[in-house]
Design a protein around this ligand. Structure first.
Ligand code: AMP
Length: 438
């Protein structure tokens, strides 16, 4: 497949050729033709798959077809929402590069910087606006941004936008758009909230799934250790300590367990910091900086805080708890095995999490090998083993009762054998005595 065959015009083809793009990536092949038809698209794709061009090239082509009259102030005709300043900046630059030979204007606005230069930019008029939701709402409230002429709306990393708590902003933005507009939604995972967003913002979207999970399996060794919930912290600290791991990212499901796990590990002598939504911006920046620099061994993080963590060459990721949304598993373990390196992803799974594990396997489209970490087998398994009439069973039973040591079991065996011997000898003697009397 070539870019020409996707139906792109020459000004765009020249720009992407200059960028060195030889052929479209899978997400571009699937999205571009449909987007050019004006249809809604919903695509699940990881970062780095070429998704920016997948929506930006059709936007440029569609808007380029009907340029606005230069006499009137340019209205925003395409709005691209991105979760973070970093992503918004990156997208802004790409849009500019892709549309460099076109008579369209584009710009980016995000939080954390002064409003005035952005106001000036917006006053001049932009065809394409890349924005973070929070800052866009600020401009709308101030009357410096108007969405009444938007023809195309894009959510880039929709799951992250929603995870970051921008639901209200997104709803307000949707309410301000003209009824008729095209929507393209890109997301790493198909979380419940993303599905909800697609329902309220799209009309029969074409659903596209770019599955990178096969690659993940090649790069990351995934191990599942089934263990009891109450043994997880001990196992975690033992695993990190005994194997002398020095850069471990641990994921928990909640902020509370992140704090608890952090405290436990710290008390076990492992330098640990915790990263979650309740931490201040400076605490989060410091935690990340120290972890990247290798001055702490463990970083315990929740899913929200983990989004966007870009640490190359991270050797170990441990899921202390499986995520609430199965898709986040892929995102979490994708933190290791980056930049062509191999990674190790371990998940500690208790009885209560087995259904999430099944959901994860559905997404991955393969089964994960389940094991016990020696010494941390589940109490269920120990009981089962103990019920068997084998040496192992008796040892397990003895461990449970804590009254008999493995040695005493062997001692008992010897004693029983001796008793049997003695009994046999006594019967033999009795038989001989009887014979003698006769
Ligand atoms: P994205 O997923 O949009 O952030 O793109 C990831 C990287 O891939 C960026 O550096 C793009 O410039 C690059 N890229 C996008 N599409 C192509 C393509 N068809 N061929 C080569 N590189 C590409």
């Amino acid at each position: 497949m070539s870019f020409e065959k996707l139906g792109l015009v020459s000004s765009i083809l020249t720009a992407i050729d200059e960028l060195g793009y030889k052929k479209p990536t899978p997400v571009q092949t699937k999205v571009i033709p449909v987007a050019l038809e004006g249809r809604d698209v919903m695509a699940t794709a990881q970062t780095g798959t070429g998704k920016t061009a997948a929506y930006a090239l059709p936007i440029l082509q569609l808007l380029g077809k009907k340029e606005q009259k230069s006499t009137t102030k340019k209205a925003i005709r395409a709005l691209i929402l991105a979760p973070t300043r970093e992503l918004a900046m990156q997208v802004g630059k790409s849009v500019e590069a892709y549309g460099k030979d076109m008579d369209l204007t584009s710009g980016m606005i995000c939080g954390g910087v002064k409003l005035t230069p952005q106001v000036k930019k917006l006053e001049k008029g932009l065809d394409i606006l890349v924005a973070t939701p929070g800052r866009l709402i600020e401009h709308i409230t101030a009357g410096t941004a108007n969405l009444s002429k938007v023809e195309i709306l894009v959510f880039d990393e929709a799951d992250r936008i929603l995870d970051m708590g921008f639901w209200a902003e997104v709803e307000s933005i949707l309410a301000l758009l003209p009824k008729k507009h095209q929507t393209m939604l890109f997301s790493v995972g198909l979380t419940k909230s993303v599905k909800r967003l697609s329902e309220i913002s799209m009309k029969k979207p074409l659903k596209i799934e770019i599955n990178n999970n096969g690659d993940l399996a090649k790069k990351v060794t995934q191990t599942i250790y089934v263990c009891d919930k109450e043994k997880k912290t001990a196992l975690l600290s033992f695993m990190i300590g005994s194997q002398n791991w020095h850069q471990v990212l641990v994921f928990t499901k909640t902020k509370i367990s992140a704090d608890e796990v952090g405290e436990y590990l710290e008390a076990s002598g492992l330098q640990t910091l915790v990263l979650h939504g309740d931490k201040t911006h400076s605490q989060r920046t410091k935690a990340l900086k120290d972890f990247k620099a290798g001055s702490i061994r463990v970083l315990v993080a929740t899913d929200i805080a983990s989004r966007g963590l870009d640490i190359e060459d991270l050797p170990h990721v441990i899921n202390y708890e499986l995520p609430g949304e199965a898709e986040d598993y892929v995102h979490r373990i994708g933190r290791t095995g980056r930049a062509g390196k191999e990674g190790v992803a371990i998940s500690l799974v208790c009885k209560e999490e087995k259904s999430v594990l099944k959901d994860i396997e559905k997404i991955l489209k393969y089964t994960l090998k389940v094991e016990f970490y020696p010494g941390y087998e589940t109490s269920e398994w120990i009981k089962k083993e103990a019920s068997k009439n084998t040496i192992k069973g008796r040892i397990e039973r003895s461990k449970e009762k804590k009254s008999l040591s493995p040695n005493s079991i062997l001692g008992m065996r010897k004693k029983k054998a001796n008793d049997r011997n003695a009994e046999r000898k006594a019967t033999e003697k009795k038989r001989k005595d009887k014979k003698g009397k006769k």
